[in-house]
Design a binder for this molecule. Structure first.
Ligand code: HEM
Length: 494
């Protein structure tokens, strides 16, 4: 009974935001439906728009797009809200075909992407005609990085994107500064294990404190290792950013935050990305201190992916044995490229994408098989739908690292059929994807390394991870691991 009440309460809370918005659309849509649609493109009925708002948009936004709300994430796992969202998208595709599907909203021209080939087109055709700098994204991210590449346009965007690509070495599977960064990852991993051992278990707060510290060391160097205040500042700004237009800007806090970043960039400590940034050409438009907040912000996502990947290995002992074998077969600097561990992180991101809503906005009218999409249309790519569509992917709900271990050419062909896009794709693809995979895989490898551990990590509440049908949402905040003695026959690697 108590459980039922809890579910009802949550359903009410989560449905509220989407429900209110959707009800407004419903009330006004009869008048505006024709004018808001793309000429010839399918347009969702008012009821289907309402269902999409409640099942897909409301849970995604209630969980927090810029900073997660742990209580909502926990309840989303209990109620399998992400699975429900994918089901809703499947119903829309079955009913309306390949789309893009226009929504009859009075306040905005909005399309939802249903076909894999349309995902590819939209991501490939950035920043024009499909600009990453959508109105909602600008409203949200300008709370802490008003001049970031992601929300810039024209020559400014090009210059800022170039700066990010050069510092983050976006085409290099192994960042040239790997020799500086890998010892930092191993140190923080060892501190995590020591703290967990003292506490008797490993929880999110312990992991995340050291993961965030690692980010500050990689970006700015030892000078920022203990600057928790900087991390607290961006969290406060991100909480406001969750509300986008609806929250006033904290301009004083933002100015202090950006000035602190500038001071670290000026210092350019040797061995940090700040030093690398100091060697990259800049113009008056580049604004490096507005690019770095995106690094701090997105480093969180990398931590979530790593902690969930640890749970994946705990639930898949055979793959954990293989991952450890890979680690031991590539000692020292060879740790910088660990394909199976990287594939494990990518699977964590496929199963539980940290950017579930990729947003674009069209800069001019575009032609589609079904008709014309007008200029200024917001475009939603809901990645869980493509990553976990069980009607198209037999392995949708299972841990399948092989998906990412194929030869690049084979994988490209496969991706064209069915897009797996945790880091997006095309000209606005995450320029840090290789750096992220390097840091996360070494962290994951060190945490499961029994040579370091002397024991294996075992997931408390194994029941949450059914290998035959992994959960639609995995609440990283409540994952906990205990140490199983090496001889116990359970846990990672046993
Ligand atoms: C697991 C971790 C991460 C994931 C899954 C991820 C994913 C993404 C995605 C999906 C986008 C495109 C967003 C959009 O189009 O709206 C993006 C953009 C970006 N990411 Fe990441 N990211 C991660 C971590 C990082 C880190 C750690 C950094 C920096 C050190 C970073 C730097 C950037 C930048 C600068 C952009 C903007 C690119 C542009 O505007 O062209 N990301 N990321």
């Amino acid at each position: 009974m108590q459980k039922r009440n809890q579910k009802l309460l949550l359903a009410g809370a989560l449905g509220l935001a989407g429900g209110v918005a959707a009800a407004t659309w419903v009330a006004r849509s009869a008048r505006t439906q024709k004018g808001a649609s793309g000429a010839g493109l399918p347009t969702a009925s008012v009821l289907d728009t309402l269902a999409l708002a409640v099942d897909v948009l409301a849970p995604t936004f209630a969980k927090g797009v810029i900073v997660r709300r742990p209580k909502v994430v926990a309840l989303a796992e209990k109620l399998e809200l992400d699975r429900r969202a994918i089901g809703r998208m499947q119903k829309l595709r079955n009913k309306y075909g390949s789309g893009p599907l226009m929504l009859p909203l009075p306040i905005r021209k909005q399309a939802v992407v249903l076909a894999p080939e349309h995902v590819r087109r939209i991501l490939d055709e950035a920043p024009q005609p499909f600009s990453p700098a959508s109105s909602e994204k600008r409203a949200a991210l300008s709370h802490f990085e008003p001049d970031a590449a992601l929300i810039s346009q024209g020559p400014e965007r090009a210059d800022r994107r170039r700066f990010n690509e050069e510092v983050l070495e976006h085409t290099c599977p192994v960042h040239p500064m790997a020799a500086s960064f890998m010892p930092l990852v191993e140190e923080e991993a060892n501190s995590i294990l020591a703290a967990a051992r003292a506490a008797g278990e490993l929880d999110w707060d312990t992991f995340n404190a050291h993961w965030t510290r690692l980010g500050r060391r990689v970006f700015f160097g030892e000078v920022a290792a203990d600057d928790q205040e900087l991390s607290d500042m961006i969290i406060r700004l991100r909480k406001a950013a969750n509300w986008a237009f609806l929250h006033p800007k904290q301009t004083g806090l933002r100015a202090r935050f950006l000035a602190r970043i500038q001071s670290y960039l000026d210092r350019a400590e040797l061995g940090s990305l700040a030093a690398k940034a100091a060697g990259v050409a800049t113009s008056a438009d580049t604004k490096p201190n507005h690019q770095v907040p995106q690094w701090l912000f997105a480093f969180d996502a990398a931590g979530m992916a790593t902690f969930r990947a640890l749970a994946l290995l705990a639930a898949h002992p055979d793959q954990a044995v293989q991952a450890r074998a890979e680690l031991h077969s590539k000692p020292g600097t060879a740790h910088a490229y660990l394909p199976l561990l990287r594939a494990t992180i990518l699977e964590s991101l496929r199963l539980w994408p940290t950017t579930p809503a990729i947003l674009r906005q069209s800069t001019h009218a575009t032609e589609w098989d079904g008709g014309t999409m007008p200029a200024g249309t917001g475009v939603l790519l809901f990645t869980p739908f493509f990553h976990r569509d069980d009607t198209r992917m037999a392995c949708a709900d299972r841990f399948t690292p092989e998906l990412w271990l194929k030869d690049d050419k084979v994988r490209d062909a496969q991706d064209r059929d069915w897009p797996l896009i945790p880091f997006s794709s095309g000209p606005a693809m995450c320029p840090a994807r290789h750096l992220v995979l390097m840091l996360t895989s070494v962290m994951l490898g060190t945490l499961i390394d029994d040579d370091v551990n002397g024991a294996t990590l075992r997931l408390v509440e194994q029941g949450r991870m059914n290998p035959a049908r992994l959960p639609g949402t995995l609440d990283n905040y409540s994952l906990r691991f205990t140490f199983a003695p090496e001889t116990s026959g359970t846990g990672i690697g046993r």
